[in-house]
Ligand binder design. Sequence first.
Ligand SMILES: Nc1nc2c(ncn2[C@@H]2O[C@H](COP(=O)(O)OP(=O)(O)O)[C@@H](O)[C@H]2O)c(=O)[nH]1
Ligand SMILES: [Mg+2]
Ligand SMILES: [Zn+2]
Length: 293
Amino acid sequence: MLRVDARQCLVDVGGVTRECRVRGRLFREEKRESKPVAVGDRVLIARQQTPPDVIVRVLERRNVLARRRGGRGDLQIIAANVDQAVILGAFVHPELNLRLIDRMLVGAECGGQSPIIGINKVDLLPDAQARELIEEIYAPTGYPLIFSSVVESLGIDRYRDLLKDRVTVLAGPSGVGKSSLLNAVQPGLRLKAAEVSDATGKGRHTTTAASLIPLDFGGWVVDTPGMREFQPFPMEPHELGHYFAEFRAEIPRCRFNTCTHSHEVACAVKDAVDEERIHPCRYESYLRMLEEL
Ligand SMILES: Nc1nc2c(ncn2[C@@H]2O[C@H](COP(=O)(O)OP(=O)(O)O)[C@@H](O)[C@H]2O)c(=O)[nH]1
Ligand SMILES: [Mg+2]
Ligand SMILES: [Zn+2]
């Protein structure tokens, strides 16, 4: 499944893109997701005499990157069957939002995609200190961290290496340069990129639906529209810590096996924050997410 819009679905059939519609019955099956098909899905289609062809079945998914939507807790599947997730932020324009990055990292951990952190637009803030701070915050996670600039062609080769032969979803707020970065990784792609409006510093939404793009050098990548917020799957409060990579090694040493690493005594995670093995900035993100469970 290459693309799912309100009206049409595009499916890759042996290298040829075919327009399809979804069989009505798939909409009525009892599901928590708001839509029956997602980008990255493998589907069975029934050829029709006249187009469009019909998607009759969605094959079992290996994993999904999904977020919760609204009060009913419906899941919006951003992409299915994905190996890794690049969580992209920009240094400025829009301003770096580490809380959102941490939420999306949890989302990738929940979905079983290996997270990669990308910070784009380094040309706009050539400040070594800002960069070092981000390195310090995320070093204990062990996640790959890429600083890039599309304008100065920095970090693009590193993305090519990481994306090669894998299925990757590229997620992040609008305007951070997701589409621009993909255009740089694969010249000739010509995804639309937005002008950032000077008034708000925010990019306009030019990418309106997620799309799965084949890479010439091997692999696939999902370009997604901007996400302003991200609420991962519902879970028990004591489970959240397991989705923070650098907490995992500490958790077995908490006194209580249902420790939420907030108010409890003898909490190894809090000790690790005090002893600087976990950055306070990550711990703060953790506490804020915990409050919402
Ligand atoms: N200065 C600078 N601008 C960039 C960079 N990458 C993207 N942009 C600009 O940021 C704006 C938003 O880019 P776009 O790719 O549409 O962001 P998306 O919403 O994440 O897909 C566009 O005006 C791009 O030209 C970069 O590395 N440096
Ligand atoms: Mg875009
Ligand atoms: Zn604890």
